[in-house]
Structures are given as C-alpha cells and as structure tokens.
Design a protein. Sequence first.
Length: 101
Amino acid sequence: MTPETRLKRAASQMMKTFGIFSYHVLQGLGAYPGIPDRIAHHRGQAIYLEFKAPKGRMSEKQKEFQARCKHDGIRYEVVRSLEDIEDIFELPVFGRKIKRG
C-alpha cells in the first residue's frame, strides 16, 4: 500500500469518526481530468480534497482543476497528513503539542 493510499484510508476513517460526510470520487474512464480524490460536506459547504504523499506533486490537470475551483469560490484543499485534516475541519488536535503563545 502506498503512503498516499494509507493517508486516504486514515483520513476517511477520521472524517467518519467525527461525523463528516465525505465520499470518494471515482477516477478513470470518463472522469473529468484533475478531479480531486474526495469530496466532503462540512458546515454548509462542499470541500474538495486532493490527497498527496508528503513529497507528492500535483499534475498540471490537478493544478488547473484547483485554479478553477478557486476562481469559482469552491474550497479545494491538498491533504498531505492527518494534521491537515484536523486543520481543515477544525478538529481536536491528536498527537501534536499545542503551540502556546
């Protein structure tokens, strides 16, 4: 299993645990080029989630899709860790020391 696949599975489970409705976008024949891996519904908005291994790079088609989302005012997030999921959905912090000012 690749690091990206492990991240996708762990993030999906984390979202499910916190009651965040999300679903996998089927890639393949007929799929729009650059479409993200997952869509989540949270606090009245849809959030597109593209999962990447820590050093993974986005394709040009993914960058174009991300730019289109930005242009249209649609939230698009690149997820490289479970901490990103915590930040995106403002979840309680696990396994991290809280920075104190």
